[in-house]
Design a binder for this molecule. Structure first.
Ligand code: NAP
Length: 487
């Protein structure tokens, strides 16, 4: 990667990579411009890998595989622990890099870095705790022994909205399990991935264990890797649309898939909720990352008795936020990732307004060079408006009114997605009952945030397959092996 001189003072130059990272070597190249969404200016250029480059990365991962899977779990744990420490030591430079390429406000970028590094520490701890089983067969004829093998070479594909954390959430468990990997970060935000790879090498990750490549042709390049029978795992985080395509492609060679896909999180506030706590939680669930999060509250369902006060409180808080360039220390809400993202938000908001929604604040894109959309609150939104069914991925809070618990659950479930949901009520038994009724992989009760490296992250319905993080995350990169044993 070549950083332009204007921007060269913002991050530790030792973090800057200079090409594709394959087999422990940096292979120079160019072709993909990286744009700072705050200014719409190109800040760097990264290589554009071909199919041949990708297959070279598979060769490198294959060459490193036998050595890596036979290191002891303790050795793998120590390397991950060192990588965690290096990420922590360099967290400020990395946060600036994330902020520049993604646009997110620095506090969000710092929060992401802390979260991202934690996956290395968590999986350093889990590497030495892989479970097995030993039982009598019910017939009494033999014993059943279940071991876990590393699944094999893993292709990891990540989105632009969390350039650090989506990568560490996959690399951590894969390496802990004994797999070698090829990471393909999003074309908009690869600088952080390359910088983290550099730190990985410093932490002692052997050449070929982690390979990183960027490409402007993700379809054919990923397809070629999936068609290579040496690749045994695909771990993807991104949109449900691309996830569907990749599931079909993985079927050709029956590659194991973990899929972290889109969301449409409902945020339910009951009359008996603690209003201030619900507003605090709403701001986190909606505005972390300026709404560009798969877990972002996408639909606010508020019970009739508290609805108007909630909307007034939310509007006041949203209006008070400072929008600006991500790296400006005063900024609370950065730009969207691209001009296309702004157009999509604008389309959804305009459609809702044309259907009768009332704008309490915001409501149209901001002018200027960067890709800015203001914090927006909409009320009286029809429940069949497009905005209720598509991911907004921006700082827009549509609020809907409901009367009964049954109605709230029905509305919450009226989507093909099932990633995350939020419930606010002082009555914990109600909150749990509602949570159990919602078809979703994750439920936050009286909290605006649920992401935690120690918890299983993932979705139901068309939000995904499998879980990342937690105790089970490492098993996504392992294949159970059963031995029928006679002593
Ligand atoms: P995306 O368009 O699906 O892209 C995700 C990744 O897939 C990028 O690296 C992209 O590469 C690559 N890609 C695109 N087309 C491909 C193809 N045909 N074959 C192989 N790879 C392909 O998603 P995004 O816009 O970057 O990210 C936003 C989406 O991610 C949202 O839907 C969000 O909800 C979801 N997300 C989910 C989670 C979760 O944990 N469930 C977390 C974060 C985000 P290029 O960048 O080169 O196009």
């Amino acid at each position: 990667m070549n950083l332009h001189p204007r921007d060269a003072n913002y991050a530790d130059p030792s973090l800057h990579s200079h090409g594709l990272y394959i087999g422990g070597a940096w292979l120079p190249g160019s072709g993909i411009p990286i744009v700072d969404p705050s200014t719409a200016k190109v800040i760097a250029e990264v290589p554009d890998a071909s199919i041949e480059d990708a297959l070279r990365a598979v060769d490198a991962a294959e060459a490193a595989a036998a050595g890596w899977r036979t290191t002891s779990p303790r050795q793998r744990a120590e390397i991950l622990r060192r990588w965690f420490s290096l990420m922590t030591d360099h967290s400020e430079e990395l946060a600036v890099l994330v902020s520049l390429e993604n646009g997110k406000a620095l506090p969000d970028a710092r929060g992401e870095l802390a979260y991202a590094a934690e996956f290395f520490r968590w999986y350093a701890e889990e590497a030495v705790r892989v479970p097995g089983e030993f039982r009598h067969a019910p017939s009494g004829a033999n014993h059943i022994l279940v071991d876990h093998d590393p699944i094999g070479i893993s292709v990891l594909i990540t989105p632009w909205n969390f350039p650090a954390a989506m990568a560490t959430r996959k690399i951590g468990p894969a390496l802990a399990a004994g797999c070698t990997v090829i990471l393909k970060p999003a074309s908009e935000t690869p600088l952080t991935a390359y910088a983290m790879a550099r730190l990985g090498a410093e932490a002692g990750v052997p050449p070929g264990v982690v390979n990183v490549l960027t490409t402007s042709k993700p379809g054919p390049v990923v397809s070629a890797m999936l068609d290579d029978p040496r690749v045994r795992k695909l771990s993807f985080t991104g949109s449900t649309g691309v996830g569907r395509i990749l599931l079909a492609e993985a079927a050709r060679t029956v590659v194991s898939c973990s899929m972290e896909l889109g969301g449409n999180a409902p945020f339910l506030v009951f009359d008996d909720a603690d209003l201030e706590a619900a507003l605090d939680g709403a701001m986190i669930a909606k505005m972390r990352n300026a709404g560009e999060a798969c877990t972002a509250a996408n639909r606010f369902y508020v019970q009739a008795g508290i609805h108007d006060t909630f909307v007034a409180g939310l509007t006041k808080r949203m209006e008070a936020l400072k929008v600006g360039p991500g790296i400006d220390p005063a900024t609370q809400v950065g730009p969207m990732i691209t001009t296309k993202a702004v157009s999509k938000i604008d389309r959804l908001v305009s459609e809702a307004i044309s259907r009768g929604a009332k704008v309490r604040t915001g409501g149209s894109p901001l002018s200027g060079n960067g890709y800015f959309y203001p914090p927006t609150v909409l009320e009286n939104v029809p429940t069949d408006a497009e905005i209720a069914h598509e991911e907004i991925f921006g700082p827009v809070a549509p609020v809907y009114r409901f009367e009964t618990e049954e109605e709230a659950i029905r509305l919450a479930n009226n989507t093909e997605y099932g990633l995350a949901a939020y419930v606010y009520s002082r009555d914990l038994s109600r909150a749990l009952r509602v949570g159990r009724g919602i078809e979703s992989g994750m439920i936050a009760i009286n909290r605006g945030l649920m992401s935690d490296p120690a918890a299983p992250f993932g979705g139901a319905k068309q939000s995904g397959l499998g879980r990342e993080g937690g105790v089970s995350g490492i098993l996504e990169f392992m294949e159970p092996k059963y031995f029928a044993v006679n002593f």
